[in-house]
Ligand binder design. Sequence first.
Ligand SMILES: Nc1ncnc2c1ncn2[C@@H]1O[C@H](COP(=O)(O)OP(=O)(O)OP(=O)(O)O)[C@@H](O)[C@H]1O
Ligand SMILES: [Mg+2]
Length: 514
Amino acid sequence: MPDRADLTDPSGVSAAPPDAEPEGTAPPRRRRSLRRTLLIYLLAPLGAALAVNTAVTYRTALDSANQAYDRTLQGALLAISERVTVDDGLIRIDLPYSALEMLENDFQDRIYYRVSHPEQGEITGYPDLPEPLPGKRFGISRAISGEASSDEVHNRKPFFYETAYHGEHLRIAAQWRPLFYPGIRGPLLIQIGETQGARNQLARQLLLESLVKEGVLIVFAALLIAFGVLHALGPLRRLRHEVAARDPLDLSPLAADNVPSEVTPLVDAVNAHTARVRQLTDAQRQFIDDAAHQLKTPLAIIKSQADLAQRETDPLRLQRMVGDIGQTATATARLVQQLLTLARSDAAPPASQVLNLTELARQVTFDWLPQALARRIDLGFAGEVPCPVRGDEVLLRELVANLIDNALRYTPAGGVVTVEVSVERKTATNADKAVVLRVDDSGPGIGVDERERVFDRFYRPAGSSAPGNGLGLAIVRAIARRHGGEVGLDDGPEGRGLRVTVHLPAVGGENDAA
Ligand SMILES: Nc1ncnc2c1ncn2[C@@H]1O[C@H](COP(=O)(O)OP(=O)(O)OP(=O)(O)O)[C@@H](O)[C@H]1O
Ligand SMILES: [Mg+2]
């Protein structure tokens, strides 16, 4: 234990300036509606699926339309191919108009054809109709760019491709037809193409039919989802109405029977919170009853003392009576002060100022020196290092004062009382440190079985040696807890008297709520 300091030379470190902690003025956060979130998460993917499906359906519809019209195109190609003759080494074609007629449709699609040979050039048709390019690529891009695979070139099979021609988009059927005549080398290329009005119309019609079916399905699904979400959230709505319709004083638990299992923990947590509020309210009601009762007694005494004084004619006795009234009034004022302190420590906002507890306790001890002298008690203070704590200065002064008051009040004359402030490190690091205030005295102490009960409000062990209200230790505990700390009672040094120890979180420590 550090040496006890000379109290007439208070040279401790002064309290740090208050920490300015501006009130949180963040704008209120936008609340997300569960119903909206669920609907968005369910309906948005449904919409996306519809979009993808529309693209796929259109592609499939186009393929189906192509398949239907390609057959006619291929028929025309074969009809032309059958009309190829060779006369005197010259290739001739007797173009069958029936072949072109079969391609006619309601959409006035235009027909383009071309028959050409590598050696004899254009035989008939539109000479600039783009030829298929031999290539290796596959798929849509190949079909559109007019490339034919080498397989199609060598096996003489009819094939199809799409190409642009004079600003129009053509679908062309083509075939390399081998000619087995002496003197003629290379295959004949036959191409016949048409614009795609009819195909596109058919594809659009197929798409529309499928979209109507899907649309009905989607609307039905969306209605089901919306209904499901509203139905699932029904219990929450009912819960909200139940809570909103409650009497403000009704702190009974909410019924958790009809809520979904996901919400049960929330209802349980709310019920647990309500139970704590109920306990607190009950305790406060009890405290108010006790306080009123405690105040009634001294006020009744003052009244009867005043009644007596009114009837007293002897000036000396009257003076003594008025003195008694003054004393009772002083004691009552102290009781009121204690009740206010308790109410304040219960309701005080979170502690906010950084204070040096060493300096604060030294000053309070100094203030009590006259009482100590009057009672012939050796009151001393020990504590050299500054011990910063975060807290309310008035309440912490009250805490120290109550402990010194008790020590001086219950220690017989000639005794010793020591107030000490120090920092305790539970581990080697600074993170786990606490500020410790100890008040030791050499008085009668408190029996082990009374050490918990003396913290109850208005409780005084039978035969307490000095007058009091039974509130001092209750105030000390309420203030300590308000600051995140705790109070303990032990035997005093060398097993004599009482040691009261208050632990408070040190500023900068693990539990500092800064
Ligand atoms: N230092 C002490 N030594 C011995 N007994 C003590 C000491 N401090 C408290 N006590 C016992 O604990 C009881 C409760 O103390 P507490 O301070 O709460 O109330 P009080 O001192 O009786 O009244 P007051 O409200 O005026 O402080 C006291 O009545 C006393 O019997
Ligand atoms: Mg007391």
